[in-house]
Write a protein that binds this ligand. Structure first.
Ligand SMILES: Cc1cc2nc3c(=O)[nH]c(=O)nc-3n(C[C@H](O)[C@H](O)[C@H](O)COP(=O)(O)OP(=O)(O)OC[C@H]3O[C@@H](n4cnc5c(N)ncnc54)[C@H](O)[C@@H]3O)c2cc1C
Length: 329
């Protein structure tokens, strides 16, 4: 691992001051379950350097909270995945989030990994995460090794020139729940719909979210569910003990008199960002759920462009959505 300077801080104000001073040379350190591994692996590329300054926010008490208010649930950035997964209130009111949190990695990782770290973790592609592949697009190079390589886990939608997938289980769940993320910057805090938080390679191949090097995520706000909503998070993985999603789907429906009046359908593991499927949602609107499942599943994967080894993801995603919708009937 390359040498770095370490700051253990106690307030968001301190984090902002350090981010202003060190900017792109610094990284926010939360549980460290993603960041430290990448630093140990000495990943590097033309526009991808290991951080020289780590700003450890784990001790910032103002960022560790789960607060259920009348109109919204608020969760702070350093709240651990274990705290989210084991909250009875979240399980009762937001089962979709609870199901997603319980399927993140293993207990040891959930104990240290934080909400903010899970939503800001780096994408997955073994060429991006392999130290030998310095010329990869995501590291500022000029090659996507996945195109002609071992692409079985890579993206089938939204790849543009870089076919990484976004691996977070919480990101699709929170997108289906219409959450907003709270971003702190020198100008103050702002709430951003989570759908606008992630960016794909077509916009900027070097980033996966809108945070600048002087900003950080401080929390998430989830609107209270409507009484007639039904939701589920379903994850398909190769190794059942723990694994990243080959595909996951978060479904959040509003049903009145047996008719779907509103829906949010979001896939994980298929694209470089949580993939909301407007086409699948359109097929459900105004219909009885049981009559609309087939068309919705077909429409969902309309824009898929699989590569040589990941065509199976199309069938897996359709199957996951079908199972999720059927379970909500
Ligand atoms: C073996 C293994 C299995 C895994 N399986 C899964 C899985 O099944 N599902 C899943 O969702 N994830 C999985 N993960 C990923 C894991 O969930 C993440 O590593 C973890 O959530 C990151 O949280 P952290 O607090 O440790 O973040 P860190 O490692 O500290 O940080 C991760 C990144 O986010 C940035 N960051 C952290 N907090 C903030 C913030 N508040 N604002 C801005 N940037 C921030 C850091 O700078 C860094 O770039 C797995 C990881 C491992 C090692």
């Amino acid at each position: 691992m390359k040498p770095f300077e370490y700051f253990r801080i106690a307030s968001v104000a301190q984090a902002m001051a350090l981010l202003a001073r060190y900017s792109e040379r610094a990284a926010v350190l939360a549980g460290g379950s993603d960041l430290i591994g990448m630093m140990k692996d000495r990943l590097q590329g033309p526009k991808f350097k290991p951080p020289q300054y780590l700003i450890d926010i784990k001790g910032v008490k103002e960022l560790n909270y789960i607060t259920d208010q009348k109109s919204a649930l608020k969760i702070g950035a350093t709240t651990t995945i274990t705290d989210i997964a084991s909250s009875e209130m979240i399980d009762k009111k937001y089962p979709l989030l609870s199901q997603a949190a319980r399927q993140v990695a293993v207990p040891q990782i959930r104990n240290v990994a934080t909400l903010g770290g899970n939503l800001c973790q780096k994408p997955r592609c073994w060429y991006y995460r392999g130290a030998l592949f310095k010329d990869c697009f995501r590291k500022g190079g000029s090659t996507c090794y996945a195109l002609a390589g071992e692409n079985q886990y890579n993206a089938i939608i939204g790849g543009h020139n870089c076919y990484m997938v976004y691996p977070s289980d919480l990101a699709p769940a929170l997108t289906a729940l219409n959450a907003k993320v709270e971003v702190a910057s020198a100008k103050g805090n702002r709430l951003v719909p989570i759908e606008q938080f992630y960016v794909g390679p077509a916009k900027n191949v070097l980033r996966e979210n809108i945070l600048t090097s002087q900003e950080m995520l401080v929390g998430v706000e989830i609107p209270s569910p409507v009484a007639t909503s039904k939701a589920i998070y379903l994850k398909i993985r190769e190794r059942q003990a723990f694994d990243f999603a080959i595909v996951s789907v978060a479904v959040n429906l509003t049903i009145k008199d047996n008719i779907v009046t509103d829906s949010r359908i979001v896939f994980g593991g298929l694209a470089p960002y949580p993939l909301r499927s407007a086409k699948a949602e359109t097929e459900l609107k105004g219909k009885r759920l049981k009559d609309a499942i087939c068309k919705s599943c077909e429409a969902a994967l309309g824009g898929a462009r699989p590569m040589s080894k990941n065509g199976y993801k199309v069938a897996a995603a359709k199957g996951a959505l079908e199972a999720a919708l059927a379970s909500l009937i």
